[in-house]
Ligand binder design. Structure first.
Ligand SMILES: [Zn+2]
Length: 254
C-alpha cells in the first residue's frame, strides 16, 4: 500500500501520527506522512520524526520506493534511533519554512502568468527564487512586470491544486508535464483564479493574498534567448509585525 501523502490534500498540515511499515537502518517507511521530499525545483521540508518517548530525529531527505504504489521513505540523521516496525511516531515539519516555500513557489506562478513566454527553468528558495523564460523579444520592463505581478497577487485569487488525467487537461504550451510517482497517466495541476490550468508538482498557498509583496529584481538575459527573472518576497511589507525581527537580521534580503 502506498504511503498516504497528506501534503497533497492539505499543504498546511504540519504534523501527523503514523505507523512504521518498514525500517532498514536509518530508512523509515510510514503509512502516512506530511513530509514533502522536494520534487522538481521545490526543496524538501525541514522535519523531524518523534518517538513515543519524545525523542526526535531529523529527517534529512526522502526516498521514493517502488513505482506502481510508491512508498516514501524518511532518511533519518542517524540509525541509533531504536525504532521498530509497528511503532507509532509523529512526523512534524517546519511550518514557517513550508509556508514561505509555498508563497515563493506560488509567486513564481504569478510571474509566469504576467510574463507570457515559455518557462524553461526555475528555482524556488526560501523567500527568493527565479524563473527562466525562452523569449524571442519583449518590451516588458522590470517596473511594468512588477506592477502586473503585484496587481495579480492583490486580486486575492484562489489557488486550487488537483489531479487530472492527461485527456482532461488543455496543456498550457509553456508547461512541462510531470509524471508523479504511482499515478501513471495523471498529473498534478494548479489553477490560479481563471488563469490557465498548469501541471505542477509543487505546493501552493490557498489564495494569492498569502504571497504578500513580491519584488521583481530584474529581467536578466542569460544567453540563448533565455531571460531570468529573479524575485524575492518582501516580508516587511507582507507582515508588518515582523519588521522588527527583520531589522535584526542584516543579511536578510528584504
Ligand atoms: Zn506550482
Amino acid at each position: 500500500m502506498a504511503t498516504e501523502l497528506r501534503f497533497l490534500t492539505d499543504a498546511y498540515q504540519v504534523e501527523i501520527r503514523g505507523t512504521i511499515k518498514a525500517i532498514n537502518g536509518n530508512l523509515v517507511v510510514l503509512d502516512r506522512t506530511v513530509y514533502y521530499p522536494g520534487i522538481g525545483v521545490t526543496p524538501r521540508d525541514c522535519a523531524s520524526l518523534t518517538r513515543f518517548d519524545g525523542n526526535s530525529f531529523s529527517i534529512v531527505r526522502g526516498v521514493w520506493i517502488g513505482s506502481v504504489a510508491p512508498e516514501l521513505g524518511h532518511v533519518l540523521s542517524d540509525d541509533g534511533h531504536g525504532l521498530a516496525h509497528g511503532d507509532s511516531v509523529v512526523v512534524r515539519i517546519d511550518r514557517a519554512r513550508r509556508h514561505t516555500l509555498m508563497r515563493t513557489h506560488t509567486a513564481l506562478h504569478a510571474v509566469s502568468a504576467a510574463f507570457p513566454f515559455r518557462v524553461v527553468g526555475g528555482r524556488v528558495g526560501l523567500g527568493e527564487g527565479s524563473i527562466d523564460f525562452l523569449v524571442d523579444s519583449t518590451a516588458m520592463s522590470t517596473s511594468l512586470l512588477q506592477h502586473q505581478v503585484q496587481r495579480l497577487v492583490e486580486k486575492h485569487l484562489p489557488v486550487e491544486s488537483s489531479w487530472a488525467a492527461a485527456n482532461e487537461i488543455d496543456f498550457d504550451e509553456r508547461s512541462q508535464p510531470f509524471s508523479w510517482p504511482g499515478r501513471p497517466g495523471f498529473y498534478r495541476t494548479v489553477q490560479i483564479g481563471s488563469l490557465g490550468r498548469l501541471t505542477c508538482d509543487g505546493l501552493h498557498v490557498r489564495n494569492t493574498r498569502e504571497i504578500g509583496s513580491v519584488v521583481i529584481k530584474g529581467i536578466v538575459p542569460v544567453g540563448d534567448n533565455i531571460y531570468r527573472i529573479p524575485i524575492s518576497l518582501n516580508e516587511r511589507r507582507a507582515f508588518p509585525f515582523l519588521a522588527h525581527v527583520n531589522s535584526l537580521a542584516p543579511t536578510a534580503e528584504l
